[in-house]
Design a protein around this ligand. Sequence first.
Ligand SMILES: [Zn+2]
Length: 250
Amino acid sequence: MFFPDSNSSAKLGRRVIKNVYYFEESPMLDCNQFILVNNDTGELTLFDSGNGLSLKGLFDGMGNLGLLYQKITNIYLTHEHVDHVLGLYPIIEILKKNPPTIHAFGETAKILREGNESKIFPGNLGISPEMFGLKIIPLDIVDLKLDEVIRIGSDFTFKVYHTPGHSHGSVSYYEETNKILIPGDLVFTGGSFGRYDFPGGSLDSLINSIKFVNDLDVKYLLPGHMNISDNGNQQVDYSYKMVQSIKSFF
Ligand SMILES: [Zn+2]
Protein backbone atom coordinates (compact mmCIF):
# COMPACT_ATOMS: atom_id res chain seq x y z
CA MET A 1 0.00 0.00 0.00
CA PHE A 2 1.22 3.44 -0.79
CA PHE A 3 -0.99 6.51 -0.69
CA PRO A 4 -4.67 5.57 -0.65
CA ASP A 5 -6.49 6.66 -3.80
CA SER A 6 -6.71 10.35 -3.56
CA ASN A 7 -7.55 13.16 -5.90
CA SER A 8 -6.86 15.75 -3.25
CA SER A 9 -4.44 18.55 -3.96
CA ALA A 10 -1.95 19.89 -1.43
CA LYS A 11 -3.47 20.76 1.91
CA LEU A 12 -3.49 24.46 2.49
CA GLY A 13 -0.86 25.12 5.11
CA ARG A 14 0.53 28.13 6.86
CA ARG A 15 2.84 29.10 9.68
CA VAL A 16 0.97 30.07 12.87
CA ILE A 17 4.02 31.14 14.85
CA LYS A 18 7.66 30.12 14.58
CA ASN A 19 7.84 26.29 14.40
CA VAL A 20 4.04 25.82 14.45
CA TYR A 21 2.20 25.03 11.19
CA TYR A 22 -1.49 24.59 10.46
CA PHE A 23 -2.86 22.40 7.67
CA GLU A 24 -6.50 22.90 6.88
CA GLU A 25 -8.88 19.93 6.77
CA SER A 26 -9.92 18.66 3.36
CA PRO A 27 -13.68 18.82 2.66
CA MET A 28 -14.61 15.14 3.20
CA LEU A 29 -14.55 13.78 6.76
CA ASP A 30 -11.06 15.00 7.51
CA CYS A 31 -9.51 17.14 10.27
CA ASN A 32 -7.12 20.01 10.74
CA GLN A 33 -3.54 18.96 11.34
CA PHE A 34 -0.66 20.68 13.04
CA ILE A 35 3.08 20.25 12.64
CA LEU A 36 5.49 21.44 15.31
CA VAL A 37 9.19 21.67 14.63
CA ASN A 38 11.76 20.68 17.23
CA ASN A 39 14.18 23.60 17.16
CA ASP A 40 17.02 21.41 18.51
CA THR A 41 16.78 18.40 16.20
CA GLY A 42 14.65 19.52 13.24
CA GLU A 43 12.32 16.58 13.91
CA LEU A 44 8.62 17.09 13.33
CA THR A 45 5.67 16.28 15.57
CA LEU A 46 2.25 15.81 13.99
CA PHE A 47 -1.02 16.38 15.85
CA ASP A 48 -3.78 14.14 14.42
CA SER A 49 -3.34 11.98 11.36
CA GLY A 50 -6.36 13.00 9.25
CA ASN A 51 -8.45 10.52 7.26
CA GLY A 52 -5.67 8.92 5.21
CA LEU A 53 -7.17 10.04 1.90
CA SER A 54 -5.80 13.49 2.66
CA LEU A 55 -2.31 12.28 3.56
CA LYS A 56 -0.69 12.98 0.21
CA GLY A 57 -2.23 16.44 0.39
CA LEU A 58 -0.68 16.95 3.83
CA PHE A 59 2.74 15.82 2.66
CA ASP A 60 2.52 18.02 -0.46
CA GLY A 61 1.37 20.95 1.66
CA MET A 62 4.26 20.37 4.05
CA GLY A 63 6.67 20.25 1.12
CA ASN A 64 5.38 23.62 -0.07
CA LEU A 65 6.48 25.05 3.28
CA GLY A 66 9.84 23.27 3.28
CA LEU A 67 8.80 20.63 5.83
CA LEU A 68 9.93 17.07 5.05
CA TYR A 69 7.38 14.41 6.00
CA GLN A 70 10.24 11.93 6.49
CA LYS A 71 11.14 13.94 9.60
CA ILE A 72 7.90 13.13 11.42
CA THR A 73 9.03 11.20 14.50
CA ASN A 74 6.03 11.60 16.81
CA ILE A 75 2.26 11.67 16.31
CA TYR A 76 -0.13 12.79 19.03
CA LEU A 77 -3.84 12.06 18.68
CA THR A 78 -6.63 14.14 20.17
CA HIS A 79 -9.25 11.36 20.07
CA GLU A 80 -10.37 8.12 18.50
CA HIS A 81 -12.65 9.27 15.66
CA VAL A 82 -11.97 8.12 12.10
CA ASP A 83 -11.37 11.58 10.68
CA HIS A 84 -8.47 11.96 13.14
CA VAL A 85 -6.90 8.48 13.17
CA LEU A 86 -7.22 6.78 9.75
CA GLY A 87 -4.13 8.52 8.41
CA LEU A 88 -2.05 6.46 10.83
CA TYR A 89 -2.31 3.35 8.66
CA PRO A 90 -0.76 4.81 5.49
CA ILE A 91 1.71 6.90 7.53
CA ILE A 92 3.28 3.89 9.24
CA GLU A 93 3.43 2.10 5.90
CA ILE A 94 5.11 5.02 4.14
CA LEU A 95 7.50 5.71 7.03
CA LYS A 96 8.10 2.04 7.88
CA LYS A 97 11.89 2.37 7.80
CA ASN A 98 11.68 4.91 10.58
CA PRO A 99 8.13 4.74 11.95
CA PRO A 100 6.97 7.60 14.14
CA THR A 101 5.91 6.93 17.72
CA ILE A 102 2.14 7.21 18.10
CA HIS A 103 0.76 8.62 21.35
CA ALA A 104 -2.86 8.43 22.48
CA PHE A 105 -4.89 8.42 25.66
CA GLY A 106 -7.16 5.82 27.24
CA GLU A 107 -9.89 4.56 24.94
CA THR A 108 -8.18 5.98 21.85
CA ALA A 109 -5.00 3.99 22.58
CA LYS A 110 -7.00 0.86 23.41
CA ILE A 111 -9.07 0.84 20.22
CA LEU A 112 -6.07 1.42 17.96
CA ARG A 113 -3.98 -1.20 19.74
CA GLU A 114 -6.76 -3.79 19.40
CA GLY A 115 -7.21 -3.01 15.73
CA ASN A 116 -10.89 -3.84 16.09
CA GLU A 117 -12.51 -2.61 12.89
CA SER A 118 -16.02 -2.36 14.36
CA LYS A 119 -14.79 -0.05 17.10
CA ILE A 120 -12.91 2.19 14.71
CA PHE A 121 -15.88 2.17 12.29
CA PRO A 122 -19.05 2.20 14.41
CA GLY A 123 -21.83 0.66 12.29
CA ASN A 124 -24.11 3.67 12.54
CA LEU A 125 -21.70 5.85 10.55
CA GLY A 126 -22.26 3.89 7.31
CA ILE A 127 -18.59 3.96 6.34
CA SER A 128 -16.01 1.20 5.96
CA PRO A 129 -12.20 0.90 5.74
CA GLU A 130 -12.52 0.02 2.05
CA MET A 131 -13.99 3.45 1.35
CA PHE A 132 -10.70 4.85 2.60
CA GLY A 133 -8.53 2.24 0.88
CA LEU A 134 -7.40 0.92 4.26
CA LYS A 135 -6.99 -2.26 6.19
CA ILE A 136 -7.31 -1.93 9.96
CA ILE A 137 -4.43 -3.61 11.78
CA PRO A 138 -3.30 -3.47 15.43
CA LEU A 139 -0.95 -0.53 15.97
CA ASP A 140 1.81 0.09 18.48
CA ILE A 141 0.57 2.92 20.66
CA VAL A 142 2.27 4.65 23.57
CA ASP A 143 -0.23 5.51 26.31
CA LEU A 144 -0.42 9.15 27.33
CA LYS A 145 -0.61 9.71 31.04
CA LEU A 146 -2.76 12.38 32.61
CA ASP A 147 -0.94 15.67 33.03
CA GLU A 148 1.96 14.22 31.06
CA VAL A 149 4.50 16.77 29.89
CA ILE A 150 5.57 16.71 26.25
CA ARG A 151 8.68 18.64 25.32
CA ILE A 152 9.24 19.61 21.70
CA GLY A 153 12.68 21.17 21.54
CA SER A 154 13.23 24.11 23.87
CA ASP A 155 10.27 26.03 22.39
CA PHE A 156 7.31 23.98 23.55
CA THR A 157 6.25 22.20 26.71
CA PHE A 158 2.76 20.78 26.37
CA LYS A 159 0.61 19.33 29.08
CA VAL A 160 -1.99 16.66 28.34
CA TYR A 161 -5.45 17.05 29.86
CA HIS A 162 -8.27 14.54 29.64
CA THR A 163 -11.24 16.49 28.27
CA PRO A 164 -14.07 14.01 27.60
CA GLY A 165 -17.56 14.85 26.36
CA HIS A 166 -17.07 14.55 22.61
CA SER A 167 -15.61 11.06 23.11
CA HIS A 168 -14.13 8.92 25.91
CA GLY A 169 -10.54 9.25 24.76
CA SER A 170 -10.54 13.01 24.07
CA VAL A 171 -7.56 14.97 25.30
CA SER A 172 -6.45 18.57 24.96
CA TYR A 173 -2.84 19.63 24.59
CA TYR A 174 -1.87 22.91 26.22
CA GLU A 175 1.36 24.88 25.91
CA GLU A 176 1.63 27.56 28.57
CA THR A 177 4.56 29.68 27.32
CA ASN A 178 3.13 30.28 23.85
CA LYS A 179 -0.49 29.88 25.04
CA ILE A 180 -1.39 27.22 22.48
CA LEU A 181 -4.41 24.95 22.91
CA ILE A 182 -4.96 21.90 20.69
CA PRO A 183 -8.38 20.70 21.92
CA GLY A 184 -9.34 18.23 19.17
CA ASP A 185 -13.12 18.38 18.77
CA LEU A 186 -13.88 19.87 22.19
CA VAL A 187 -14.20 23.51 21.16
CA PHE A 188 -14.09 25.23 17.79
CA THR A 189 -14.00 28.84 16.72
CA GLY A 190 -17.16 30.87 16.20
CA GLY A 191 -18.87 29.60 19.36
CA SER A 192 -18.98 26.00 18.13
CA PHE A 193 -18.24 22.93 20.19
CA GLY A 194 -17.97 19.18 19.70
CA ARG A 195 -20.90 16.87 19.09
CA TYR A 196 -21.82 14.83 22.13
CA ASP A 197 -24.22 12.37 20.47
CA PHE A 198 -21.60 9.85 19.30
CA PRO A 199 -20.84 6.74 21.38
CA GLY A 200 -19.01 7.87 24.51
CA GLY A 201 -20.29 11.42 24.22
CA SER A 202 -21.88 13.33 27.09
CA LEU A 203 -23.17 16.89 27.25
CA ASP A 204 -22.37 17.23 30.96
CA SER A 205 -18.79 16.04 30.42
CA LEU A 206 -18.46 18.34 27.44
CA ILE A 207 -19.54 21.34 29.49
CA ASN A 208 -17.12 20.43 32.30
CA SER A 209 -14.26 19.99 29.86
CA ILE A 210 -14.96 23.30 28.10
CA LYS A 211 -15.15 24.98 31.51
CA PHE A 212 -11.74 23.52 32.29
CA VAL A 213 -10.04 24.79 29.13
CA ASN A 214 -11.82 28.13 29.53
CA ASP A 215 -9.74 28.63 32.68
CA LEU A 216 -6.50 28.27 30.69
CA ASP A 217 -4.82 31.32 29.18
CA VAL A 218 -5.14 30.65 25.44
CA LYS A 219 -3.98 32.81 22.57
CA TYR A 220 -3.70 30.26 19.77
CA LEU A 221 -6.74 28.01 19.54
CA LEU A 222 -5.93 25.16 17.12
CA PRO A 223 -9.07 22.98 16.93
CA GLY A 224 -9.73 19.80 14.96
CA HIS A 225 -12.11 21.45 12.48
CA MET A 226 -12.94 24.85 11.01
CA ASN A 227 -10.71 27.86 11.43
CA ILE A 228 -7.97 28.47 13.95
CA SER A 229 -7.79 31.65 16.02
CA ASP A 230 -5.19 33.86 17.67
CA ASN A 231 -7.89 35.19 19.96
CA GLY A 232 -8.27 31.96 21.90
CA ASN A 233 -9.55 33.15 25.27
CA GLN A 234 -12.45 34.99 23.68
CA GLN A 235 -13.25 32.09 21.35
CA VAL A 236 -13.25 29.45 24.10
CA ASP A 237 -15.37 31.67 26.31
CA TYR A 238 -17.86 32.13 23.44
CA SER A 239 -18.12 28.33 23.02
CA TYR A 240 -18.54 27.93 26.77
CA LYS A 241 -21.47 30.37 26.78
CA MET A 242 -23.02 28.63 23.77
CA VAL A 243 -22.76 25.14 25.26
CA GLN A 244 -24.30 26.35 28.52
CA SER A 245 -27.20 27.86 26.59
CA ILE A 246 -27.85 24.43 24.99
CA LYS A 247 -27.91 22.86 28.43
CA SER A 248 -30.58 25.25 29.60
CA PHE A 249 -33.00 23.79 27.00
CA PHE A 250 -33.03 20.43 28.80
ZN1 LIG B 1 -14.45 13.69 16.66
